[in-house]
Design a protein around this ligand. Structure first.
Ligand code: GH3
Ligand code: MG
Ligand code: MG
Ligand code: MG
Length: 312
């Protein structure tokens, strides 16, 4: 006698594990006026599997920060031209860098100078001579925590997809990119059909399970360059760069068919659920708002024409 395996729970666990293990290597920006010291730190961090960008010129740091998007900054306190404290203050003035950890490196043992550096936006202070094992441990634990916090702020808790405001920001970024490079861009709004009935008849927990299974399907079948977000309760937003509306609609329609065949309940009364979708392609003169309105109008038509449909 063996207990039946709950496939839904198992798949969720596998999803969570793979999301945790498939992650990019940690990237660290080192700013130290001593090339020798920068190289020593870089060697230690690289040996631990991290990517390192190093500069001896503090004035170059803002450009490297914007271009390389590091996970953490190691900052020497004493540098000619611009001190580490000054640089930290400049970096912290930009909202997009508020959450990036800054760790100071210095031979300074004076307590008040250390506190001043922390007050300018630093997170930690390592005193020279620096133990390289300590450096690697301090850097990796800070990056790990920063990434976890960022993912909490960016992802929807139930489905693991981007939340409403992040998906909208990413859409705005793709609109700007399409305007620049002249490549097509399509947007899809997906809304589950009669979802209130699913909750009413099968319970809220089953409703949640349906939401997770649609999220999983979208993640598995769409490109990694597509943006997939939970736009509202049972509404999802998909942003497809370099894609014309006709191809986007074909892809979403095959997902629609696949989703409609999923058996959400293994015992008792069978439960199948469908969704409707509206597709819109960006054209010159449209902004994020008008593009979403166009997709919403198409979705409204899909609902009006009987649901379980994809409309352009
Ligand atoms: P339509 O086909 O016209 O879209 O009908 P509908 O029932 O899907 O639409 P309606 O907007 O009336 O209902 C949406 C329901 O989605 C109501 C709400 O309780 C449910 N819902 C929203 N968020 C969640 C959630 O996180 N979990 C669950 N289980 N239900 C949710
Ligand atoms: Mg120095
Ligand atoms: Mg809805
Ligand atoms: Mg609905």
């Amino acid at each position: 006698f063996t207990r039946p395996i709950d496939l839904g729970v198992l798949i969720d666990q596998i999803d969570q594990m793979t999301q945790r293990t498939i992650s990019e290597p940690y990237t660290v920006l080192i700013v130290d006026d001593s090339p020798l010291m920068a190289e020593v730190y870089a060697l230690a961090l690289r040996a631990a599997g991290m990517q390192v960008i190093a500069t001896t010129d503090p004035l170059e740091a803002p450009t490297l920060l914007a271009e390389q998007q590091p996970d953490l900054i190691l900052l020497d306190v004493y540098m000619p031209g611009c001190s580490g404290q000054e640089l930290a203050a400049v970096i912290r003035q930009q909202p997009e860098y508020h959450s990036i950890p800054i760790v100071f490196l210095s031979g300074e043992t004076d307590r008040s100078a250390q506190l001043a550096a922390l007050a300018r936006g630093g997170d930690d202070f390592l005193t020279k001579p620096i133990n390289l094992e300590h450096l690697v441990a301090a850097v990796s634990s800070r990056i790990q925590r920063a990434r976890a916090i960022r993912s909490l702020m960016v992802r929807d808790g139930l489905t693991g997809l981007f939340n409403h405001s992040v998906s909208q920001d990413l859409l705005t970024r793709e609109v700007a990119r399409a305007r620049r490079n002249g490549q097509p861009l399509s947007v899809v709004l997906i809304d589950i059909d009669h979802f209130k009935q699913v909750n009413d008849r099968h319970g809220h927990q089953m409703g949640d399970r349906v939401l997770k299974s649609l999220a999983r399907l979208l993640r598995q079948r769409l490109r990694t360059t597509d943006v997939i977000g939970r736009y509202g309760g049972e509404e999802f937003l998909v942003v497809m760069p370099d894609t014309r509306a006709a191809s986007a609609a074909m892809v979403i329609d095959s997902l629609r068919e696949r989703f409609a065949h999923i058996e959400h309940q293994r015992e008792g009364e069978p439960l199948r659920v469908t969704f409707s979708a509206g597709v819109a392609e960006w054209s010159l003169g449209m902004d994020t708002g008008s593009l979403l309105e166009k997709a919403d109008a198409a979705l409204y038509q899909a609902k009006n024409q009987g649901r379980n449909l994809v409309v352009i």
